[in-house]
Ligand binder design. Structure first.
Ligand SMILES: *Cc1c(COP(=O)(O)O)cnc(C)c1O
Length: 415
């Protein structure tokens, strides 16, 4: 009997994940509606019903990205695939690319440029500060032949936002294309692709869209398409070659490229529908509102942010670990005692910060209050001097103030 040879030694039963509250750097909590959509019957990737849904997906994504770009679709793969798709199609061997690094993800962009055979001109800013437009302009002055500018809108490793329109304007001034990472920004803070004249942008399904992980919404401008046609060499990636992918996601004669992740696309359709139902303005306002309450609570507890207030991402709160507190033990206890997941610091920030995500469906008062209460309880247990209840009271007060201000605003608007 050979079939017995590779039998797992452990008895394996069905897997049932625990019910967690996800307040890390992604994935965020997935709403039941989206999970339900994912469990609907699988159909063929060329089924006319499915093809119709693909068109709806593209138009919902154009809304989310605020763009008319025809080339807007969900790439099959996580945010990293969207990132790589932009670089492999837009960077040829020998091309100069100005890449901004102020956190982990800018570093990955450099890695992508180099693997495409490009020359990365790196603009460095310290972790927790935004990309400095002056440094980018200086880099272009020294390298006027640079073909592409690449940077991260919302650095998830630090919780810092950079100024997209200021940076894309510099790229245009020097005739370069722009690649923008909007994995954590999309639906959490404004992302205005056409107004900001972004050339290539990619996001992820599992952050502020609150879909299951594994899909990467992307959008490319007409200038990128023209640039593709002028390439000297074929794109080195078969899977991510936009020319080939378009045979399936383009508008006519859809043909097989790879089997689309059908059920994941059902889920994305549902989560984008939720964004459209709520409206982008309200989605951005909601992320801000819960951040304000969360911040009030954290500060009442005596905790501090890594990033200066005006550059902060409402959907990712990077908080300094107080002196003498065991950073990892806090995360472990939050998970085991409260089923609450938060994130650790990466790279130079490892052990120095916690990252609290308030992304998409996770951005709600229930989570803000749970997290403040759980964190206060764990910190007090560890001997950190925090008064029980102060954080919750401060957050409640902030919510009350915001509601009152909103009611006044409505009254004035109606008058
Ligand atoms: C999460 C993230 C990515 C990578 O996305 P994956 O889905 O993990 O591949 C890229 N950039 C930023 C800014 C992110 O936050």
């Amino acid at each position: 009997m050979t079939s017995a040879r590779f039998l797992p030694s452990k008895k394996i039963g069905p897997f049932h994940p625990p019910q967690r509250t996800l307040m890390g750097p992604g994935p965020s909590d997935v709403p039941p509606r989206v999970l339900a959509a994912m469990s609907l019957p699988t159909i063929g990737y060329l089924d006319p019903v499915f093809v119709e849904m693909m068109d709806e997906l593209k138009s919902l994504l154009r809304y989310a990205f605020q763009t008319d770009n025809a080339l807007t679709f969900p790439a099959s793969g996580p945010g990293s695939v969207g990132m790589e798709m932009a670089f492999v199609n837009m960077v040829e061997p020998g091309d100069k690319v100005i890449v901004c690094r102020n956190g982990v993800f800018g570093g990955r962009m450099i890695e992508n440029v180099e693997r495409c055979g490009g020359i990365a001109i790196v603009v460095e800013d310290s972790w927790g500060t935004p990309v400095d437009p002056q440094k980018v302009e200086d880099a272009f002055r020294k390298n006027p032949d640079a073909k592409v500018l690449a940077f991260v809108h919302a650095e998830t490793s630090t919780g810092c936002a950079s100024d997209v329109p200021a940076l894309t304007a510099i790229a245009r001034q020097f005739g370069a294309l722009s690649i923008v990472d909007a994995v954590t920004s999309l639906a959490g803070i404004p992302v205005l692709v056409d107004e900001w004249q972004v050339d290539a942008i990619y996001s992820g399904s599992q952050k502020c869209l609150s879909c299951t992980p594994g899909l990467s919404p992307v959008s490319f401008s007409q200038r990128v398409i023209e640039n593709l046609k002028a390439r000297n060499k074929k794109c080195q990636s078969w899977f991510m070659d936009l020319d080939l992918v378009l045979g399936y996601w383009g508008n006519t004669n859809r043909t097989y490229h790879h089997t689309a992740p059908i059920n994941s696309l059902f889920a994305l359709h549902e989560s984008l529908l939720m964004v459209r139902e709520e409206g982008l303005d309200e989605s951005w306002a909601r992320h801000r509102r819960h951040y304000e309450a969360f911040k009030a609570g954290l500060e009442a507890m005596g905790l501090e942010y890594l990033v200066e207030e005006k550059y902060r991402l409402p959907q990712l709160n990077a908080i300094k670990v107080p002196e003498g507190v065991d950073e990892a033990a806090v995360r472990r206890t939050l998970l085991s005692e409260f089923n609450l997941e938060i994130g650790a610091g990466l790279g130079p920030l490892a052990g120095k910060i916690w990252r609290f995500g308030l992304m998409g469906h996770s951005s709600q008062s229930k989570n803000v209050m749970l997290c403040l209460s759980a964190l206060g309880s764990v910190l007090m247990d560890m001997g950190y001097p925090v008064k029980v209840g102060v954080a919750e009271a401060a957050a409640h007060q902030k919510y009350a103030d915001l509601h009152a201000a909103e009611a006044r605003r409505r009254l004035t608007a109606a008058a």
